[in-house]
Structure formats: C-alpha cells, structure tokens
Design a protein around this ligand. Structure first.
Ligand SMILES: [Ca+2]
Ligand SMILES: [Ca+2]
Ligand SMILES: [Ca+2]
Ligand SMILES: [Ca+2]
Length: 412
C-alpha cells in the first residue's frame, strides 16, 4: 500500500474516501459469501507518442482505440483490491461496469487484459474532450513510461499486458457497458488478492486497426460518481484466521529463516483428531496468516513442512467466527505438544530431518540425504534440510543429530 501511494499524487490519497464499498454478509455456519463493489482507484490513458510525453492522469475520460490522428490510445484501470478485499478471499465472480461517454458510435470490440507491470497516475489533466491528452506529470503513465520523469519505462511501448484476453465486449453508443464475469477475470482478481504486490490492474484495448475508432469512457474523475468504472465482486471469505509464527531448525540461522511452504491442519480436539481443514502459506521467521473454513470452536493445530517433524500445538486453540487468532511456537518449548522443539539461536524451532515425512528422523532419512549429497543434488528437494537448494553434509549432520536423539512426532 505504501509503495503504491508513494507513486500517486497527494490528491489521490483522498480518493480512498470516495471508494464505495458495499459489504453484505450472509450468516452461514460455513464460509460466508459477500458482495463487494469497488470503484476504480486510479486510472490513466496511454496516448501513442514517440516521445512518451503525453498523459491524462486526472482527466475525466479514458480512451481505447485510435484517434483522428491515427494514433492509438489505451485505457488503464486499477482497483487496489488487496486493500479492500479480505485476505484469503476466494473470488466467485467479478463484473466490470464502465460508462461510455462518446467517441465513434460504430460498434467496436473492447478487450480487457491484465497488466503485467505497475504504472502511475500523476496530476496531468487534458483540456476539452481530452482526446489528445496533455503534457505528462511526474509519475504519469505514458506510451513509454510506467512512471513519467522517473526513468522507469515499459518493456514494450504502449504498456506491458497479458497475451490472454480476460474478456471482450462490443461497445456502440453512449451508456453503460458490462464486462460480465469470465473465468479469466476471476483468475485475474484472485491473483491480485493472493499476491497484492502483483496487482497492476487491467488495460482496455479498442479497435487499433483503423483511424478514428476510439471510445471515450468516464474515468474515476468523472463528474458523476456513477459513471466511474466499477467492479462487483462476489467472494467467499474464510470463517477465521490464524497468524502463526514457527521456525524450522535447518532453515533458521539466527537472523533469517529461509521462506518455505508451511501447512497448518486444523484438528478436532478429541481422538482421533480428524483434520477439519488445512491452509498452506509461504512463511519466513515472521510467520504468515492461515485461513480456515470450519465451525467456530476449539481445535488443535498440526504444522507440516517438507522435512520437519510434524508439530502440534500444546493445547486446542479457540477460534471464533471471523476471529483472528495469534499463536507463536518460537518463544517457549511448551508451545509445542510434548515440548517437541529444539532451541537454536535464542528461539524454539521445529526439528528438521524427517525428509520422508513418516513422523520420525531415522536411518532412512539419513540414507536419502546421503544419496542426494553423493550425487550433488540441487534444487527444491525434501533432502535439502537447510533450504539452500543444495544437498550436502550440512543437511546430513542436522538429520544425524536428530536421528541420534530419536526425534519423532509427539501427538495428543
Ligand atoms: Ca485518472
Ligand atoms: Ca480535463
Ligand atoms: Ca522420517
Ligand atoms: Ca542444504
């Protein structure tokens, strides 16, 4: 968020207040379905221009197609999804509404595609109907710049966007037009929720095959609020969240922990401790947020990783509906069931070395590591106990020590 706001003009920040967010929740025992309406957060038009000097950051309009001068215009829109949609949400559908102000009234196809890189909106504001833009301001996107005056250029003049068409519609005369949900539009939005750093919005491409085809849409600076581009999202939100911190012995060097995929399983608090749900995230030493769909209540958690001993919470954790629980294994050996952790560099860590994930560190694990070390195996493999993408004697030594101590899973 900070990174994005840094590149917006000061006036844009107040736009947060203009955001229309409708949030309705159905009370259901399991995951809730919500509808969220988001107005465009920022937008701009790329005007074809060999110098990359033209933009229209704060204009009322966006253009897609070719102008009277036979030069192309492309519209960019961005919704800042990560800031306004709950983490871990699953997108079920997304509809985009735009309002056509004018341009050539002939039917033209407008394509929607996902942007592959960031871009900006400065304070430039073209006069009149804005069809030719104006001088770009700092941080404006132009035909050449992602950020104008920042020495930050597109790889491809005219913007870097996906080769996949997320949707395409036919646009004629003035009025509202709808890009109704497609699997690709859902995938685009899901990718923005899952990784907010990758949210660069969409581009609208018009008919670029001949002169005077451009369509003029209203932008977020339209005088009439309802005319601004808007998405309606239907999402499923998790029932509750867990922020968990844990360390992996072999991956922890006292300063950093190599990031890796960690899976947390939610378990019934009574025997046979069935798995009710699970959530996987890439986590380093500061942990990660895991999301679950299950009735609120008490659950043990068991934590799983490609070569550590499965480790359980010392007691069931209470989860409330829509609640956000915090649990750290790092600060006390007793946080793990059966005190099943090892002390390393001032913190408690999960035991490493169970490369075949059978619940104990023994000769079989050692043999697997030994064989991979012997053949100089590299890459993302379970026998890499230190997470440096290389199997060698260091990995073997960690597992050897734990095998020597008969390290194994301890469950309730
Ligand atoms: Ca704009
Ligand atoms: Ca204007
Ligand atoms: Ca094992
Ligand atoms: Ca290694």
């Amino acid at each position: 968020m900070k990174n994005i706001l840094k590149h917006l003009s000061a006036g844009s920040i107040s736009l947060v207040l203009l955001l229309l967010i409708i949030f309705t929740s159905n009370e259901k025992a399991c995951s809730a379905q919500d509808t969220i309406v988001l107005q465009v957060f920022y937008d701009n038009t790329l005007y074809e221009d060999a110098g990359g000097l033209i933009s229209n950051g704060r204009g009322k309009y966006l253009f897609a197609g070719k102008g009277d001068n036979n030069l192309t215009r492309r519209a960019l829109i961005h919704f800042l999804t990560g800031e306004f949609v709950p983490y871990c949400s699953k997108v079920l559908s997304v509809d985009l509404k735009v309002h056509l102000s004018g341009g050539n009234p002939a039917n033209k196809t407008i394509e929607l595609r996902k942007m592959l890189d960031y871009w900006g909106q400065g304070d430039s504001d073209a006069p009149g109907l804005e069809e030719n833009g104006t001088s770009a301001d700092d941080y404006d996107a132009t035909w050449l710049d992602k950020y104008h005056n920042a020495n930050d250029f597109w790889a491809n003049p005219g913007g870097d966007y996906s080769g996949i068409i997320s949707n395409s519609i036919t646009v004629g005369g003035p009025g509202y037009y709808y890009f109704n949900s497609t699997p690709q539009m859902v995938a685009d939005f899901q990718s923005w929720i899952d990784d907010t750093d990758s949210e660069f919005g969409w581009i609208l491409l018009g008919d670029e095959s001949s002169d005077s085809t451009a369509k003029r849409f209203h932008s977020r600076d339209a005088d009439t609020s309802e005319f601004r581009p808007e998405v309606k999202l239907i999402i499923e939100t998790p029932d509750f969240y867990l922020y968990m911190e844990s360390l992996i012995e072999g991956f922890w060097d006292g300063t950093d922990m190599v990031e890796d995929l960690i899976t947390v399983k939610l378990r019934n608090p009574v025997s046979p401790f069935n798995v009710i749900d699970s959530s996987s995230r890439v986590a380093g030493q500061y942990g990660a947020t895991y999301c679950f769909n299950a009735p609120p209540g008490d659950y043990y958690i068991s934590v799983h990783h490609r070569n550590t001993i499965e480790t359980w919470s010392s007691a069931p954790i209470n989860f409330a509906l829509n609640g956000f629980e915090y649990y750290t294994f790092k600060d006390a050996v007793t946080k793990a069931y059966g005190d099943n952790q090892v002390f390393k560099f001032s913190e408690f860590c999960f035991y490493s070395g169970d490369v075949d994930q059978n619940g104990l560190v023994d000769a079989t694990d050692l043999l697997n590591i030994f064989n991979d070390a012997n053949t100089f195996t590299t890459g993302y493999v379970p026998t890499d106990v230190t997470g440096n993408d290389l199997v060698d004697v260091t990995d073997l030594l960690i597992a050897f020590n734990n095998a020597n101590s008969f390290v194994s899973v301890i469950r309730p």
